[in-house]
Design a protein around this ligand. Structure first.
Ligand code: DGL
Length: 266
């Protein structure tokens, strides 16, 4: 098979990376995809750098066995802890996702931006390096979204526990006069309706999904890997190693007969 027909691979600690996957399949409707939801090992954000690297390697190896032509690390925690090593060790292109604090810094008027992310992301060297490039008069209010990923993985998006946790994380940032809130975890875009209720209409909510999709297209194009066969009907396989229902519920609004959700060990 022509390598342009090979799939784009994705992995995340769980179902959250589908927020990126959706943007990619919308921008690139010709592309086959394989998505890995490593829900059994979620949350990655509470693990050590070594553990996150080992899991990222395991996921990459699985996707390479399936002949993926490019891998989107659809997880801020895995990107900030493991992408350099993945790029150094494997021959295919990797697209990562990092909290969008740079775009937020360009538009803030109050010179205060909030970021909600996992402990693993906020403590990573890559995040520290990116933060150090931000103008010194801009304050970054960092908050660990402890417990949010577990609730999303458990299908409790609209629960009382979720509202309670979100309020306790967001209200102190609002009190600190943030005007932009960066969502630094790919699970969090699923919480935008609840977050909007708490922060009101004036705070800008920023996530990186669209930018990652554009970057994926640019890198495929640069490497002559785009699937240019207009007749091709794209196929999508989503593997999850725990609780298939959580993934099904998140994707309920997508009506595509070529989406297959497989509950498997990997
Ligand atoms: N979606 C992952 C991220 O973007 C969640 C990490 C976790 O499992 O803690 O960081």
């Amino acid at each position: 098979m022509d390598s342009n027909n090979f799939s784009i691979g994705f992995f995340d600690s769980g179902v959250g990376g589908t927020s990126i996957w959706k943007e990619v399949i919308t921008l690139l409707p010709n592309e086959n995809t394989i998505y890995l939801s490593d829900s059994i090992n979620a949350p990655y954000g509470e693990k050590s750098e070594e553990e996150i690297i080992a899991l990222s390697i395991k996921n990459t190896e699985f996707l390479l066995k399936k002949n993926c032509k490019l891998i989107v690390v659809a997880c801020n925690t895995a990107t900030t802890n493991a992408i350099t090593l993945l790029r150094n060790n494997y021959d295919i292109p990797f697209i990562g996702i990092e909290p969008a604090i740079r775009p937020a810094a360009l538009t803030t008027k109050t010179n205060t931006i909030g970021i909600l992310a996992t402990k693993g992301t906020l403590n990573s060297r890559l995040f520290e390096e990116t933060s150090s490039t931000i103008r010194k008069d801009i304050q970054i209010k960092e908050t660990i979204g402890k417990g949010l990923v577990e609730l999303i993985e458990g299908g409790k998006l609209n629960s009382k526990e979720m509202t309670f946790l979100l309020s306790s994380y967001l209200k102190p940032m609002i009190a600190n006069n943030i005007d932009s809130l960066v969502l630094g975890c790919t699970h969090y875009p699923y919480l935008i309706p609840q977050i909007r209720k708490i922060v009101g209409s004036k705070i800008q909510i920023i996530d990186s999904g669209e930018a990652v999709a554009k970057q994926t297209k640019a890198v495929l194009s640069k490497n002559n890997l785009l699937n240019i066969d207009k007749e091709h009907e794209a196929k999508h396989q989503l593997y999850i190693n725990k609780n298939k229902a959580a993934l099904k519920n998140l994707l309920i609004s997508i009506k595509d007969k070529n989406i297959e959700i497989l509950e498997r060990k990997f």
